[in-house]
Structures are given as C-alpha cells and as structure tokens.
Design a protein around this ligand. Structure first.
Ligand SMILES: [Zn+2]
Length: 575
C-alpha cells in the first residue's frame, strides 16, 4: 500500500511544474504520520462529547473534532478499570489475552511478594496489586525514584516461583503480549509515556522492559505535596490528597480541584517539553539515559475529569446541569489540550501528528448520584455459606476469585439468592466460569480470570461503608456509562474529506493500537495480542489511503496522489 509523507519543500517542488526527477527520492519510503499522540481523558464519556451543557466548555476538543473523525459508539474494556483500559490501548487486546483484569486482581499461579513473606515454598495464588503500593515511596511525586522503573520497590511485587527459584514479576512482565511501545522501540522510534502511578504504569515498557525512551508518571497518590508558585511540588511538611481534590471537606483535598489540576499540569508541561525535543523534566537526557528527542509515539492521561466525576460535589447531578467541579475540570483539561495543540502548531508538527483523544473508562452514573452499596454484603453472604474468597475487587463491579474453584456453583447460587432477596444491593447479573462478560477468559482454564463476576445495575457502586462522603460515581463495571467512551482521531494532516466526520459504528479502544502503528508506517501484525484477537484498525481509511484519491499505479498517479494529498491533506492548503 502506498504511503506518503514529505516536506513542504519537496511537495511544492513536485506539485509545481518541473522537478519530475525528484520522484524516486520522495516516493522511496514514508509513513502517513511522523508522530502519534494518544491522550486519555479518564472519565470522558462518549455522551459528554455530545452534551451541550459540557461541550460549551470544550472549545479545543471541539476543534479536534472539526479536524478529525469522532467515533460516537466507542467502547473500552470489560472490566472498565484504568489498568485493562490502558493495556487495551497499548496491546490491542482484552483481559482474556493480556491477563490484565484490574490494577487489583489475582493470580492462581504466582506467589505473594517478598514483603508479604512469599517464597519458593509458599502456596501459589496471590493478589496482584499494581498501583501505588509498588512504589518505593508513594507519598512522593516521583514514587521515591525516577517516576518510572527506578520507583519500583521489588519486594512489593508478586513472584513467579514456578522454576523453584522466585523471580519478581515487574509490571512489564505481567502480560505475555507485546505493545505498541515495544513495536515502535524495535523499529528504532523514540517513545514517550506518562500515566498516574510511577511504578505500576511501567507496564508500558513492554516485555523488553525498555520500550519507553522517556517515562514520566508522577504518583497521583502522593501525599507530601503542595502547590508552590502555581506548581505541584513535593512538600514533606504537609499531607494532602490529590485524588480528593474536589471534595470540600476532609482529607485536605481543598475542594477547588487545585491539586488535581496542578497534577495534570505537571504531565501537560512534560508532554510539551517532549514535543519541544526535551525530556519530560525539561533536560536533554531522557529517563533511559539517552538523548531527548521529539517522540514518534507519545501517550499521556488526564485525571481531573475523573476525579471531579467521582467527587460528592461533582458529576452531573441532574441532566443538563453539570456541577461546578466538573465544569472546572473539563474547562481546565480542555485548555490544557489547547496548549498541547498550540505547541504542535508552533513547532510545525500539527500536520504530521495524529492525535488520538480517548478515555480508558467512563464513570457510572454519568448523570445523577450513585447508589452506594456496602461491598462486604457480598463477601459476608459468601462466607456465611462457607465459601472463602481469595480476592474481592469491588468498585461498580464485583470480581471474586475463590480459594476453592469447586465452590463456584454454590457461590453463584448464594449470590443469585442475595440478588432477589436484596434488590437494594443493585446486583444485575452474576457471571461465572465460561459465561463471563465479553473480553474475559474462562476461570476454569485461565489463572487470572475471576471465578465470579457481578454486574451491578446502572448507578450502583460498592463502597467500604455506605455514607462514603467522597463517592458519587465509579468505574470498573459494564454499564454504558462505564464503557462508552469518547474517541476522536484528529490531525491537521488528515484527509480533508474525513475532517469533521462522525462514525457511528461500534468500535473498541483496542483498535487504537493497530491504528497507531499504521499511522507510523509500522506493521500492526507485529502486535501479538491484537493478532490473537483479530483486532482491526479503526474503520477509517483516511490514514492510509484517502479513498477520495485513486490508488496510484504509475508515476503520474503518484504525482496526482501526492498533489491531491494522499491520505494526508495537501500541505499548501494550510496556511
Ligand atoms: Zn482512570
């Protein structure tokens, strides 16, 4: 397939009257885009992008739509947790293939961390905790290290003792499939990654553990933080909670969202540094010790919208009337996206960068206030029936790994009885065994799949105890508000006929992975998880090639395609 990209100078030479002899040079090799920037605005629902009470605070996201394709029926993974949501985007695959079900899950074959006493003679079966707990010091913004691999405390990692000798399972060793960063890195491309936990999100490093050139994941659960001169900094003299930034009382969140906005600002400034050819920290040396460069593949996420949706004073209390907290978070995030786009434009990178704006998950309920259910009612009912739970993970979903998988049928019976006796618990469906939500494996044959999965009714969320003053909404579950997420592919360089279009077909965030590779001129068939699942690229033909332009079969066709903008908008049609 013909792919083309070239400089303004060469293009104008060719599209001018002469200089036919340049053709062999420019037709030699190219990718549709030089850069792919993937941005997750965690919590951004598909419906938020068509809700006029919110879109009026999104001028910059709206301009991305105008120069892009918006997918109005895009879905993230089941479960809709950030961790599988991230690995879906990176690997092109679902939990049944990646083995990544949640940031807090379970393995029937691995062994407990050293810190919990795990060793070669310990029984197999351990909780898989991959969040701030794996940091050396999660109270600090740098996780006690370098915002990445150097922030990991290996004694907190589960171990693989199958050979008789125990080896810790680093985040990037938690899945056996590769990811877009591995593929880009193997192709010699420079990569950049930034997410919310310093240690755990090194999952992006790929199986080599070295796929990310510059890694910058400030720890969102850092508590020794304050804002100084408008910037979030480590401050050992205070204790704050960034994630409760929009809650007006308790936990030093402040209520005005300043901490979470300043947290996102760190990552925005770092990304801008990257597109200016510097490291995240603004130096000439990246986190791998190499020379900083403009990334070919970059990823970052925003958290303020998610935090504002979850906050008790946040979300959208009644349809059409978003809370001040959510408006504040959306406005701030949109302005940050505007700053990023301005940088690309100022650097002449806007034509050559494909921006993917999406969300790892939504939040349920999108409108209204969540109904809280004490999570222990489920585990209490199971233990009363003599069923021991090895691991319970509950948000607006319930995932349960049993000590004895032989008790699965009995557990299902208990929970179905509980569902009918207590409609106030909001239990919608109890799944087990091979009958699980799409994207799940079979618990009987897979060491990571939960034995029991509870789908909660729309708007029901599990909490430690009812009356939790911070929880308005949650994610992790399977309702439309959890899984139907925003997705826009945008670039000033995208084919003109695709800019400002809507695509209402059902698409999946796993399709971003292959699309990103194709945009960079890399082979999506090298993505092992995507190949296993048969994941296709997003249904756009705008990247490669523009359907409005005939496939060139001759040098003349090549010139025509080039001058019409083959998959890429004609450079000289931009100012
Ligand atoms: Zn998230």
């Amino acid at each position: 397939m013909f792919k083309f990209n070239t400089s303004k100078v060469l293009q104008s030479l060719i599209c001018g009257t002469s200089a036919i002899f340049f053709i062999p040079t420019v037709a030699a090799q190219a990718s549709p885009f030089q850069h792919v920037l993937i941005i997750s605005v965690d919590g951004l629902h598909g419906a938020d992008l068509t809700d006029s009470s919110l879109t009026k605070y999104m001028p910059n996201i709206t301009s991305l739509e105008k120069s892009g394709i918006m997918y109005t029926n895009a879905f993230t993974t089941n479960p809709s947790d950030s961790f599988p949501g991230t690995t879906a985007i990176l690997t092109g695959a679902h939990p049944k293939t990646t083995g990544i079900y949640y940031d807090d899950s379970y393995s029937r074959t691995l062994t407990a961390p050293i810190a919990d006493g795990g060793n070669a003679s310990s029984p197999v079966g351990t909780e898989l905790s991959y969040f701030e707990n794996v940091d050396k010091n999660s109270a600090l913004l740098n996780g006690g290290g370098d915002y990445g691999k150097g922030s990991i405390d290996p004694t907190q990692l589960p171990q693989d003792c199958s050979s008789g000798t125990c080896k810790v399972v680093n985040p990037w060793q938690l899945t056996s499939v590769n990811n877009i960063f591995s593929v880009a890195n193997q192709a010699g491309l420079y990569t950049y990654f930034s997410d919310k936990h310093s240690g755990a999100y090194t999952i992006a490093e790929g199986q080599s553990g070295n796929a990310v050139s510059d890694m910058y994941s400030p720890e969102i659960n850092a508590t020794n933080v304050s804002i100084q001169d408008g910037k979030l900094v480590t401050d050992l003299s205070v204790k704050n909670d960034i994630t409760k930034s929009y809650n007006s009382s308790g936990a030093n969140g402040g209520g005005n969202g300043e901490l979470i906005k300043a947290y996102d600002d760190l990552k925005v400034n770092a990304l801008i540094n990257a597109f200016n050819g510097l490291s995240a920290l603004g130096t000439n040396t990246n986190s791998s010790g190499g020379a900083a460069a403009v990334p070919a593949l970059a990823y970052m996420n925003f958290q303020a919208v998610s935090v504002a949706e979850k906050a008790k004073i946040g979300g959208i209390p009644t349809a059409g009337n978003p809370s001040a907290a959510l408006i504040d978070a959306v406005s701030h995030t949109d302005a940050s996206i505007g700053s990023i786009m301005q940088t690309l434009k100022a650097n002449g990178q806007d034509d050559s960068t494909l921006v993917v704006l999406t969300a790892k998950h939504g939040q349920d309920p999108r409108v209204g206030v969540g109904t809280q259910v004490a999570g222990h009612v489920i585990t209490d009912a199971l233990s009363a029936a003599g069923i021991n739970v090895a691991q319970a993970t509950q948000d607006d979903v319930g995932l349960f790994w049993l000590k004895d998988q032989g008790q699965t049928a009995a557990a299902v019976a208990v929970l179905q009885q509980l569902a009918s006796a207590h409609p106030e618990y909001g239990i919608d469906t109890v799944y087990s065994g091979a009958n699980q939500p799409s994207g799940f494996g079979n618990a009987a044959s897979d060491s990571r799949t939960p034995d029991i999965t509870i789908k909660e009714k729309q708007g029901y969320i599990f909490v430690g105890s009812v009356g939790n003053k911070y929880k308005n909404a949650e994610h992790g579950g399977f309702n439309p508000d959890d899984v139907n997420v925003g997705l826009i592919l945008s670039s000033a360089g995208l084919a003109t006929n695709l800019q400002g279009t809507l695509d209402s077909s059902n698409v999946d965030t796993t399709q971003i992975a292959s699309t990103a590779l194709e945009a960079l001129g890399l082979d999506p068939n090298t993505l092992t998880g995507a190949v296993l699942e048969g994941t296709q690229s997003l249904p756009t033909t705008g990247l490669i090639p523009n359907p409005a332009v005939p496939e060139p079969t001759s040098i003349l066709g090549t010139i025509t395609a080039l001058c019409l903008g083959f998959g890429l908008k004609r450079h000289n049609s931009k100012k």
